[in-house]
Design a protein around this ligand. Sequence first.
Ligand code: GLY
Length: 414
Amino acid sequence: MRVMIVGSGGREHALAWKLAQSPRVSEIIAVPGNAGMAQLGRTLAAPLTPEALLAIAHAERVDLTVVGPETPLAAGVVDLFEAAGRRIFGPNRAAAQLEGSKRFAKEFMQRYGIPTARYQSFTDSLSAVAYIQSMGAPIVVKDSNLAAGKGVTVAQSTAEAIQAARNILEAPEGGQVVIEAFLSGQEVSLLVFTDGETIRPMPLSQDYKQAFEGDMGPMTGGMGVVAPVPLLSEAQLAQIERDILVPTLHGLKQEGIGYRGVLYLGLMITEEGAQALEYNVRFGDPEAQAVLPLLQTDLLEVMEAVIAGRLHEVTLSWRSKVASCVVMAASGYPGDYARHLPIRIPAELPEGVLVFHAGTELHHGELRSSGGRVLGVTALAESLEASLSAAYQAVKRIEFPQAHYRCDIGWRLR
Ligand code: GLY
């Protein structure tokens, strides 16, 4: 079977790595892919529009398309493929609104009684400023539209919140903000496979989203992740399924929206219980780089069951190990960052260590950086300490000038 993977990050490399292990996958085509994915199959440069992707699927006789990032999902790539009778893994455009519009997501949560922070949404600065002043700080300002994981400001002062809201609302193309109460607690990511009826959770993970140690500095796409995290008991996980996931699927059904793919629930574990922070309609990145190496089941079987609406027939099995992933970024990320830096990855790395590529390319046969997040170094081991130690040992062996990485991934769990 010929599988096309859409995207070019560490998440997509992890998807390609896992799918390549399936005995029924004969070829991987990555669009546009990266240098790591090129080792597993072919890469093709193309715009990630639904039309361009469908044209490739036809021309290359692709049997299954797997969409990594949210933008093509929000643009309706699944709807277009389904209309053309082509198999694709991911939710349709209507379902992708859960991530594509933070306002839609918050209104949806409110409609179906899903526990979440109180909020208001605005399109004009005057009302947004008045609301921020009435709420005080800390307070959270979110770009309602897709912002590549960087649209959230956890403001420590009303001045910071007002600035963040103005940056979004006074942009030339206009915008919308969601302003919500700050919740304190541990933030975790719960990713599940679902066909709209059955829910199959993945191990709970924790992403370290800020650029610097101690969770300081600007938000990034994610600087590292650990899975599984022992922050919720089985009973608490069952409660989240009952109070958040089941009402989410029920709400979608009520609104005539089918959901097939991965649903990513961002959660804050507060003293009053788990609150939904956000939905994403895809695998997390870097979450996928820790969670997929833990999956023992053939990912192709799971994806096919999701698409066919028979996920109830599939049981997932997971390695009883801990996976830690440390992201190596280019100096300056998430701001303006250095490019075209030479990278050397040792040919031999210890068992259990995986290096997933993100912003990498081959230039005259030499590996170099081409993006902000460049590599994700994952290590699987028996314990959190052992997996972090193995990941950092591998990071130190990679030659990458001025690489920026956090030295404290996992600190909230120690
Ligand atoms: N790691 C955060 C995200 O994938 O959105």
